[in-house]
Design a protein around this ligand. Structure first.
Ligand SMILES: [Zn+2]
Ligand SMILES: [Zn+2]
Length: 354
């Protein structure tokens, strides 16, 4: 039993996480339940937890062989998933499925930011964006296309970095003024320093290779997020991926980012000087803690003339970014018109000239 499917205490149907109510919701009978209520009700599952642990050991062997088949508890069909997927849906009965093994041990997230934007809101945001664009193929905004918008939790590393800054030197201000016919330049030197410790909390780094990093970066401002302790219920009804970039690999990036925050801080302290000559210039950074965090993103991929386009939406703030396929037929009409206008002008011109 390595799959988890939250059941409705009232009717037994599948429970999904509802971003609007911040509760578990049964789509079948409409009931809503708190995290605690669902945990209590689905406690029988917990009884099997130990057995799961043992299973887990056996499945580890399978993992090496990259077998990722699971049987759906709901309909008995095989649930096929990528080796990195931790939450998905049964292909046949569409019940939400959480693959516990992908969330165990080193892969157990520390924190999660649950979706605050639901599917309907994500679709509306996309539509109003698409309708503002000049060239959009009609199929881009069809219902069947909108249905494909997918809520996925992406894995991130968050680092807390302790930074010590020790910078001192001479700051100079320059003042130019004119008296009579003479221009004077006045220099004033000041001893300046910026010293101290500060903590930089939660520097994020995407921990997943199978998505366009630049696109994700354009919508991954989660600085307003409140991190919650991880709970599997938040995954129910969404897709979720586990990290495929180890935290060791991102350490140097964290230190570099901390260095640049520290540099910004120092510069802000010296902003009133026209130039600063640094005699001591030392910034030490030290990673205190790295947490594993899942962040919510809506993704819509669209294929047009054999090319893939992606629209992404921050699942917390609704901030969005999209690439657009240019509709060749619409473009054709537009340039055809321009061509026609030019032709007419040339003919008219010709007539006047003659
Ligand atoms: Zn129900
Ligand atoms: Zn099923």
């Amino acid at each position: 039993m390595s799959l988890l499917n939250y059941k409705c205490p009232s009717c037994g149907a599948s429970i999904t996480y509802d971003p609007n109510q911040d509760m578990g919701h049964c789509e079948f009978c409409g009931s809503t339940f708190t995290l605690d209520e669902l945990e209590k009700y689905n406690k029988e599952d917990q009884g099997e937890e130990k057995a799961v642990g043992q299973d887990g050991a056996q499945e580890k062997v399978q993992d090496d062989e990259e077998i990722s088949g699971y049987t759906c508890e709901n309909c008995g069909a095989e649930v096929v998933s990528d080796t990195t997927t931790s939450a998905t849906f049964c292909y046949y009965c569409h019940s939400p499925v959480i693959i516990k093994r992908q969330l165990a041990g080193d892969f157990k997230p520390d924190y999660i930011v649950p979706f605050a934007i639901d599917k309907k809101k994500a679709q509306e945001t996309f539509l109003s964006w698409a309708n503002k664009q000049t060239y959009v193929p009609r199929s881009f905004t069809e219902d069947s296309q909108l249905e494909k918008i997918t809520g996925v939790y992406l894995p991130y590393w968050f680092a807390d970095v302790k930074t010590n800054v020790n910078v001192s030197g001479v700051g100079t201000t320059t003042n130019v003024y004119t008296r009579g016919d003479t221009e004077y330049t006045e220099y004033m030197d000041y001893a300046v320093n910026a010293n101290g410790d500060f903590d930089i909390k939660g520097i994020p780094e995407l921990a997943f290779t199978q998505i366009d990093r630049d696109l994700v970066k354009s919508v991954d401002d989660f600085s307003s997020a409140e991190l919650r302790d991880f709970n599997m219920l938040y995954l129910s009804g969404f897709f979720s991926e586990k990290y495929d970039i180890d935290k060791e690999e991102v350490k140097s990036s964290f230190l570099k980012q901390a260095q640049s925050y520290a540099e910004d801080y120092v510069n802000s302290q010296f902003a009133q000087y026209d130039s600063v000559k640094r005699d001591v210039d030392q910034v030490d950074t030290n990673i205190e803690k790295i947490s594993y965090v899942l962040l919510p993103t809506w993704v819509l991929t669209y294929q047009y003339l054999d090319k893939n386009y992606v629209y992404m939406l921050n699942g917390l703030t609704g901030e969005a970014f999209g690439e657009l396929p240019v509709d060749k037929t619409k473009l054709g009409i537009r340039s055809g018109l321009i061509f026609l206008v030019v032709m007419v002008l040339a003919l008219l011109g010709g007539r006047f000239l003659w």
